[in-house]
Ligand binder design. Structure first.
Ligand SMILES: [Zn+2]
Length: 416
């Protein structure tokens, strides 16, 4: 079946904008073409002063987690059935926000693979899922509850093979500690030899590797090992504020390894705390800590961008207060970090798809999947327009946009 949609403008996902009421032709599950005008006699769905964009891609989510403030430790007390059911809800929530694809970078066991399969079978609707399964981590390391513990080169190679056997499309590694209680964000987790073994084994099996790095030394180890992507790229030190490391930044830029932003995780935590009528001492401290962290993260994002590092948009949805509709906020934070607005959109569409290795989506182009959204107004003037969804199309099938609980753009965060 063929259909045609028209809007005032179209953002193509690779940095281009077409104005003058372009028409997108869809045939079945794919985009057939982009036209200057509809063919004679064609029935066109016209959206007026609106913008057609590729469906958004969130490159960093945790489907297992609800994104309602719960700690990983609390979430993981539930059995795999609850984690699986939560994950179905998470992928549906993302789709309702115009996010047609998510990349799950860490779940318990094989739960995200099961979600992916259920969606492929068409038994439920949700954002398409790309998944790594359990992140590889040292014994007792970040997210160890998910089942990805392994140490030593031989065991790590075996772990990579086992993950691929279960269905991993890429490999996620915890290169430093993180938000898991008792882990050290300021210290690399794996030795250089261990990281090399993970990357070699993954690449041998044609899987990309992305590494969670919260300290400078862990970034260095990841660069040396030749990883494909880095998550967060933090500069955390023990008992001290973060300290941007220009040498590591320069090496990172030179390597061409792209970084996933995850600025929304701090922004949503701050918004949640600020919305409380009253905060106890612990919540006050949590708010203060995140205000400092986010200010540092945005500043580091700007400096890394200036150094020439490439970024893709990823929210860490599921983690703490990061809801599955946080991608617009992520883009707004990137814009606040001085990224031009058109680039923020590319980072959540075409570049996101390219970096995570999905060549059938992320752009509006003949032959690609008909995953696209239509929003009122022009997101190039104000990214908040991306909340005003008129149409969500996934594989050519329309999906109703979720009514948004907090429709107004969330507060901008970074203190003066
Ligand atoms: Zn994460």
């Amino acid at each position: 079946m063929r259909s045609f949609i028209r809007a005032e403008r179209l953002i193509d996902g690779k940095g281009g904008v077409i104005t003058g009421q372009p028409v997108v032709e869809i045939e079945g599950t794919r985009i057939k073409g982009v036209h200057k005008a509809a063919p004679e006699g064609a029935q066109v769905q016209d959206f007026g002063d609106a913008t057609i964009l590729p469906g958004l891609i969130d490159t960093h989510v945790h489907l297992n987690m609800p994104g309602n403030g719960m700690l990983l430790e609390e979430v993981m007390r539930e059995g795999p059935e609850v984690l699986l059911a939560t994950s179905m809800g998470s992928s549906a929530a993302a789709l309702g926000a115009g996010i047609t694809t998510v990349r799950d970078v860490g779940c318990f066991g094989t739960t995200a693979f099961s979600v992916r399969r259920t969606l492929e079978l068409g038994y439920a609707r949700g954002a398409r899922v790309m998944a790594a399964g359990a992140p590889i981590t040292i014994t007792g390391g970040h997210t160890w509850y998910m089942g990805g513990e392994a140490d030593g080169e031989a065991a790590l190679r075996q772990k990579v093979r086992a993950l691929i056997k279960d269905g991993a499309e890429f490999i996620k590694v915890m290169g430093s500690g993180g938000g898991t209680i008792g882990t050290a964000s300021w210290r690399p987790a794996f030795t250089q030899a261990e990281m090399n073994a993970i990357v070699e084994e993954s690449h041998w099996n044609e899987r990309r590797v992305t590494v969670h790095c919260l300290c400078a030394e862990s970034i260095d180890i990841a660069i040396n090992a030749g990883v494909d992507q880095i998550e967060h790229a933090g500069f955390i030190r023990k008992n001290a504020p973060q300290q941007y490391n220009a040498q590591v930044a320069e090496r990172l830029a030179k390597s061409g390894i792209p970084v996933t932003t995850t600025l929304a995780v701090g922004a949503t935590a701050i918004n949640a705390m600020r919305q409380m009528q009253q905060r106890d001492a612990e919540q006050e401290a949590f708010l203060g800590r995140w205000e400092r962290m986010l200010a540092e993260n945005v500043e580091q994002f700007t400096k890394l961008s200036e150094a020439g590092v490439t970024f893709v948009a990823g929210t860490d949805a599921g983690w703490r207060f990061t809801s599955f509709d946080s991608l617009v906020l992520e883009m707004q934070m990137m814009q606040q970090g001085e990224m031009p607005v058109a680039e923020c959109i590319t980072a959540a569409t075409g570049r996101a798809a390219e970096v995570i290795g999905l060549d059938d989506r992320g752009r509006i182009e003949a032959g690609l999947l008909a995953d696209l959204i239509v929003v009122k107004g022009n997101p190039l003037d104000d990214l908040a327009a991306l909340h005003d969804l008129e149409l969500i199309l996934q594989g050519g099938v329309a999906h109703p946009p979720s009514p948004r609980a907090h429709r107004a753009p969330q507060a901008m965060i970074v203190p003066e």
